[in-house]
Design a protein around this ligand. Structure first.
Ligand code: FPP
Ligand code: MG
Length: 335
């Protein structure tokens, strides 16, 4: 958790296992991922194993499972779709690390750092094809359509992030629109997929997708705060990676508007050269002007919106309670 996260966030005891109602199903999803990525090709197996064992919260498959359970699907019907979304997520991170030139993720070398660019491109495509293969074997064309829309929007969001690099004049609306495309839509549609597999009525499907969209925005805000203020040890990667890459995030936008030293932050962005000293300066400035508290406040509002959306059409159940708890839990996370 960020050092100056609001006291209410720090004091909240995190639920020990926010995925509890689907923990057993998640084990089955893990086995399914292992099975899908198993190959006689030594090289592919090595790289896939490196990725699979490289940590990860398994948030997206858990959301498919929890939403599907909340909408009335049996866990067995959800595991294949849940494994496919995680494999597609892995593909996006392999490509993202290459785009970002990231050397480490979750404390382990990225595929890009260990095997280089050619393998990264090809492995990302391989995982992407695997994931869509699994989805297309579900016999439900909507599942494939939903996921292809996700990838389409994610790519557009990533491209927008490149276009908007170093832009100190970026408004909050542009930030939220980019985050919606690159992160929140995927999370929203994982929730929708659970409802689709359950054959849930439209209001339930929409309610779960709205929940996911709000959780996705809140999740990315916390990611952006942690990138700036958490230690590299807890992050599992160098701090300030966004700023070094010129990615302007919510705490930076707030500081540009509210810090008495905004001019020095603006000139850091204008210089397009961000090293350790500039990250330290930005971190200091952001922590002193209330940007961290502001970002947590926005994330908490979104978590509440997520809970309201959830309660609008989804009947109470252990899975619904876990989804509600998860929206809060993600705000208190440390990495
Ligand atoms: C992480 O963001 C990355 C994403 C949210 C999306 C990445 C998507 C692509 C590269 C395009 C789709 C690719 C395929 C193969 C379908 P971040 O850089 O803010 O977060 P990080 O700190 O985890 O790197
Ligand atoms: Mg990245």
């Amino acid at each position: 958790m960020a050092p100056n996260a609001p006291r209410a966030v720090r004091a909240r005891r995190p639920e020990l296992d926010p995925f509890r109602p689907v923990r057993a199903a998640l084990e089955r999803v893990e086995a399914a991922i292992r099975g899908h990525l198993s190959t006689d090709d030594r090289m592919l197996q090595d790289v896939s194993t490196h990725l699979r064992d490289g940590g990860g919260k398994r948030l997206r498959p858990a959301l498919v499972l929890l939403s599907g359970r909340a909408a009335g699907a049996p866990a067995e019907a959800l595991c294949e779709v849940a494994s496919a979304v995680e494999i597609i997520h892995m593909a996006t991170l392999v490509h993202d690390d290459m785009v970002d030139g990231a050397a480490v993720r979750r404390g382990v070398p990225t595929v890009h750092a260990k095997w280089g660019q050619d393998v990264s491109v090809l492995l990302g495509d391989y995982l992407f094809a695997k994931g869509f293969g699994i989805l297309s074997s579900q016999g439900n064309n909507r599942v494939v359509r939903i996921m292809s829309d996700v990838v389409f929007r994610m790519c557009a969001g990533e491209i927008r992030e490149l276009v908007e690099q170093w832009d100190a004049g970026l408004g909050e609306a542009a930030y939220f629109s980019r985050v919606e495309a690159k992160t929140a839509y995927f999370i929203a549609e994982c929730c929708r997929l659970g409802a689709v597999v359950a054959g849930a009525p439209q209001p339930v499907e929409e309610s779960l997708a709205l929940y996911g969209a709000a959780v996705g925005l809140s999740f990315q805000i916390i990611d952006d705060v942690l990138d700036l203020v958490a230690s590299p040890e807890t992050l599992g990667k160098p701090a300030g990676a966004d700023l070094r890459a010129g990615v302007v995030t919510l705490p930076v936008l707030y500081a540009l508007d509210h810090s008495p030293d905004a001019a020095s932050l603006r000139s850091v962005l204008e210089s397009r050269r961000v090293g350790d000293a500039e990250v330290a300066l930005a971190r200091n400035l952001i922590q002193r002007c209330g940007a961290v508290e502001y970002a947590y406040r926005r994330a908490a509002e979104l978590a509440r919106e997520a809970q309201v959306a959830l309660e609008a059409a989804v009947d109470p159940s252990p899975a619904r309670a876990a989804l509600a708890g998860l929206a809060q839990h993600l705000i208190g996370r440390t990495c």
